[in-house]
Design a protein around this ligand. Structure first.
Ligand SMILES: [Zn+2]
Length: 474
């Protein structure tokens, strides 16, 4: 019962098999097809994670119907020979692009920029990201979720967290009373999670967390700047159960020793606080500080909306940092690595999240970079995979539905050309993706991506971030 709305997404999707639409991308009829992946090596990502070789997986009505049972006559066969099947990936920290304005203005003014939802979501699907946790969710994201449920677009499952305590966010919550009200409103509005943010004061931070607990909403987020210089035990509180970036910890201290990382890990363990290391973002910040042109070389850059490309290239907040600041970023990144090692040593679960949507972090593509960096930081390939599958589903409390390959779970799956347990980069060798039982093979993925690219190229001239900001001044 805990996350009724999120679970509702699963339920509703399964009742929406016949939704009609005209786009060449979509063919919901397909969901009535029974699929049999034959001869495939299953990496189930259960705790035991015993690989099942040369197996048959039957997918029926958006679920994993059976493993190694007879194939019905009417089944559509997918050849899995020498291929590997993993659960669909979960990105635990995203900011999905949605209709809106460059900064907070009166909501009644309506969005200044509108986007094609499918183009926003295609990079997730193309990368096998079948669930995302939006840590800056707005009403527009409920709209996107409804578009997915209706079958108008193909997209990931979306868990939505409401931000409390941002500088210009609504509500800002300056005191515990406002903080508690903000949590209750978020609950009423249908958000499943609360994200605490940087500008909360100490008492309001604690009141928000306490109220969220009463409202049965889990809390993810930042560690408010108000705690800087205080003892770490002050900001580790029970029910603040997921830290949005390792940076939240590194910014609280000037002591970048392994002992400090171990202290954080111990406190996290005691309070059942999990961590999103978010290494991609920190590394990207230090690269952008030196050069923005390198962004153009990022995998997937051409699929980023031209307005956002323009923003990242012409109004990049990180670019041009002093040598001293660049040196500081490097220290932070090195400390991030120590934090990952210490959390692993202490047995604190870590879940993969990218901050996709933030300058230089591309939806879908960045999760594969994060997995690679987690392995470089000391996780095994299997631990990295678990961070983006089973463990993320556990934190979201939807592990009975997704996150592993087991009979009865929803068919969110990635078919890979090579074994990711041998090399984590093999998560990128995608031969096809099942999204809620819908099979999207490589050729369809390529069509979806090229649609985005073509549109971006054709509309490049229409979007200029600085011009948009100037137009708002008038
Ligand atoms: Zn974020």
């Amino acid at each position: 019962m805990k996350f009724l709305k999120l679970l509702l997404l699963f339920t509703v999707i399964s009742f929406n098999l016949n939704a009609q639409n005209n786009s060449k991308l979509k063919n919901n009829q397909q969901e009535n097809i029974t699929y049999a992946i034959r001869n495939v090596n299953i990496i189930p990502m259960t705790k035991e994670n015993k690989v099942i070789e040369k197996a048959t997986v039957l997918i029926k009505e958006n679920k994993i119907h059976s493993i190694n049972k007879p194939i019905p006559k009417n089944a559509t066969i997918i050849d899995g020979k020498d291929k590997w099947l993993i659960p669909g990936l979960i990105d635990m920290h995203v900011h999905t692009l949605a209709d809106g304005s460059p900064f907070v203005i009166y909501p009644t003014k309506g969005p200044l920029v509108s986007f094609n939802t499918q183009y926003n979501l295609t990079p997730y699907i193309a990368n096998g990201v079948t669930t995302v946790f939006d840590l800056g969710a707005r009403p527009e994201h409920f709209g996107q979720r409804n578009e997915i449920i209706r079958g108008d677009v193909i997209g990931p499952r979306m868990a939505l967290a409401k931000v409390i305590g941002g500088k210009k966010s609504n509500p800002t919550a300056k005191n515990p009373f406002d903080g508690r009200n903000a949590v209750r409103s978020a609950k009423e509005e249908g958000y499943e999670f609360i994200k605490v943010y940087t500008w909360l004061n100490e008492e309001t931070f604690k009141a928000v967390i306490d109220e969220a607990k009463k409202q049965n909403m889990k809390v993810v987020g930042h560690i408010p700047i108000a705690f800087k210089g205080k003892q770490a035990k002050d900001f580790f509180v029970p029910h603040f159960s997921l830290i949005a970036h390792a940076e939240e910890l590194s910014k609280q201290t000037d002591d970048f020793s392994y002992e400090k990382a171990q202290e954080y890990a111990r406190l996290a363990k005691d309070n059942d606080t999990w961590l999103i290391p978010n290494l991609t973002n920190m590394l990207s910040i230090s690269q952008q500080a030196k050069s923005v042109q390198s962004l153009k070389n990022l995998q997937g850059f051409k699929y980023v909306h031209p307005l956002i490309q323009s923003k990242w290239l012409t109004s990049n907040g990180y670019y041009g940092a002093s040598e001293k600041l660049i040196e500081y970023y490097k220290k932070l990144y090195d400390f991030h690595i120590l934090i990952v090692k210490a959390f692993k040593e202490a047995g604190v679960p870590m879940v993969a999240g990218t901050d996709a949507g933030i300058s230089g972090i591309i939806w879908g593509f960045s999760l594969h970079s994060e997995l690679k960096l987690l392995v470089d930081a000391g996780l095994t390939n299997e631990e990295a995979l678990a961070s983006a599958t089973r463990l993320s589903a556990e934190w979201l409390e939807i592990d009975s539905k997704i996150g592993t390959i087991e009979t009865g779970k929803f068919a969110d799956l990635i078919l890979l050309e090579e074994n990711p347990l041998d090399n984590i980069s093999n998560t990128q060798k995608i031969s096809g993706v099942f999204v809620n039982g819908k099979w999207i093979d490589r050729s369809k993925i390529d069509i979806m991506l090229s649609d985005v690219e073509k549109w971006n190229n054709a509309n490049k001239e229409r979007y200029d971030w600085k011009e948009l900001l100037n137009s708002l001044k008038n």
